[in-house]
Design a protein around this ligand. Structure first.
Ligand SMILES: Cc1cc2nc3c(=O)[nH]c(=O)nc-3n(C[C@H](O)[C@H](O)[C@H](O)COP(=O)(O)OP(=O)(O)OC[C@H]3O[C@@H](n4cnc5c(N)ncnc54)[C@H](O)[C@@H]3O)c2cc1C
Length: 425
């Protein structure tokens, strides 16, 4: 039973699994970049959140960030549940920085919901003409051998762990777009495919924000900024970013590719990315009549929460989505391990094949996701609630969206016990 300040709540179907370790904070401190693909690990991270230190330290690479993003992206737990838990345990409200950062995630989903495929195109003109940017990421960036320590370390960490601190993402993106003049879209696709938390809304809109095609100015940083927020191994004195903001800004608007730093720099091979479901993953073609008379829970890459009791868990992979948006082996392995652990039947196919087979079930349960819109459109699953009481009409900026929020959604209230049975609509 969860308790906080005298408030106690009975366990609901979406409460953390029994036995979430109480020493989560120590274990996570020992291996912060290890992401176990379990709901228990997701809830442990949430429970280990250092909410009092978060606002003051979150910009530091060693700050009190939660590293929850892979779990939120892949639906080990929902945003609404995280908000509810933070309110219940810590009494956080909309003024708290962690709630506002979670708000960014919801805002990007809001924007994606309204803009659709347009999030993959520049929302408006950038700071330099379209023709000023290369359509490919420079090889020395891909291989982490630019000679700029902050960039090369970020690339290695991305490949090794599938995770980067927000500040490291900002630095890497800013360098790539404004100093190396690579077009934000090709770089966004590259980063997305290596992130465990790759979310098409948060990722591509963040790249646009850095590039200045979603915001009014370019995001720029200098060597002093890195020295302030990162440890010595990241510091990059004497490199292209060791310049005044006026110089950095001029280069962003009018300069060409600055190139790698002079000299030879050791690199790493970019891990390959794969647009097909691995052959040995154990996913077969969907069977039209296999679900007759069954009550089914749909497991998919964006819904990896524990399966409610009494339902047949069917895991699905949409091969058209993966052909368009390839993943690193690290991400495939992480997602597949969880999908295999959760499901009884495992299918891959086109969205039409999967939807037709799922519709053969007596009842269908689960949570849709904008990465797979057909789950809502063709199977009637509801989109996950954000937990915020959001404005209905499109807001072109986070601040406009935030100022129009009516607060938390009633379903994210700490005392709400019906937080989440999602069924077919
Ligand atoms: C270039 C770039 C690409 C990004 N790509 C992704 C992505 O693919 N997937 C993704 O989830 N986030 C992305 N982000 C946002 C942010 O960097 C990550 O959400 C955050 O670093 C995750 O670490 P955390 O869980 O420790 O964050 P915390 O600081 O602990 O924040 C808690 C949660 O709030 C949300 N959040 C925090 N900051 C942001 C933000 N700026 N934008 C949106 N949500 C936020 C995340 O869900 C995060 O898990 C990107 C940012 C940049 C600059």
């Amino acid at each position: 039973m969860a308790k906080s300040g005298g408030v106690s709540a009975p366990r609901g179907p979406w409460d953390p699994p029994q036995g979430a370790p109480s020493d989560a904070r120590q274990r996570l401190a020992a291996a912060p970049s290890r992401f176990e693909p379990t709901a228990q690990a997701a809830w442990s991270r949430l429970r280990a959140a250092r909410v009092h230190d978060y606002p003051r330290t979150r910009n530091h690479l060693q700050g009190a960030v939660t590293r929850l993003s892979p779990y939120l992206t892949h639906g080990f737990l929902g945003l609404q549940e995280a908000l509810r838990d933070l309110r219940l345990r810590h009494g956080l409200d909309l003024r708290h920085k962690l709630i506002q950062e979670l708000g960014w995630r919801a805002y990007f989903r809001h924007a994606w919901g309204h803009l659709g495929e347009r999030v993959f195109e520049p929302l408006h003109e950038g700071v330099a003409p379209y023709g000023a940017y290369a359509r490919e990421l420079p090889a020395d960036v891909r291989e982490g051998r630019t000679g700029v320590a902050v960039v090369d370390r970020a690339v290695r960490e991305l490949y090794d762990t599938g995770y980067l601190h927000n500040h490291a993402r900002l630095w890497l993106a800013s360098y790539v777009v404004h100093q190396r003049k690579a077009y934000w879209r090709c770089a966004a696709d590259w980063m997305w495919s290596h992130l465990l938390d790759g979310d098409l809304a948060s990722n591509h809109l963040s790249w646009q924000w850095v590039a200045g095609t979603a915001s009014r100015k370019p995001y720029l940083f200098d060597a002093a900024n890195v020295a302030r927020y990162a440890g010595p191994a990241w510091h990059s004195p004497g490199t292209v970013i060791d310049a005044g903001y006026d110089v950095l800004d001029r280069r962003a608007r009018t300069g060409g590719d600055c190139g790698a730093e002079p000299g030879m720099h050791a690199g790493v091979a970019e891990p390959p990315v794969h647009g097909v479901v691995p052959r040995d993953a154990g996913f077969a073609p969907a069977q039209a009549d296999a679900l007759t008379g069954c009550d089914v829970w749909v497991v998919h890459p964006w819904c990896l929460r524990d399966v409610p009791p009494g339902l047949l868990a069917v895991a699905v992979l949409d091969r058209d989505f993966h052909a368009r948006w390839p993943w690193s082996a690290l991400r495939w392995d992480w997602v597949l391990r969880r999908m295999r652990g959760l499901s009884t039947l495992r299918w891959s196919g086109s969205s039409a094949q999967l939807a037709a087979a799922l519709r053969g079930a007596r009842s269908l349960h689960g949570v849709a996701d904008p990465h797979l819109p057909w789950l809502q459109r063709d199977c009637g699953l509801a989109m996950p609630p954000s937990g915020f009481d959001e404005p209905g009409r499109y807001c072109a900026s986070f601040s406009a969206w935030w100022s129009r929020l009516r607060g938390f959604a009633p379903s994210a209230a700490p005392d709400n016990q019906e937080c989440s049975t999602w069924r077919t609509q």
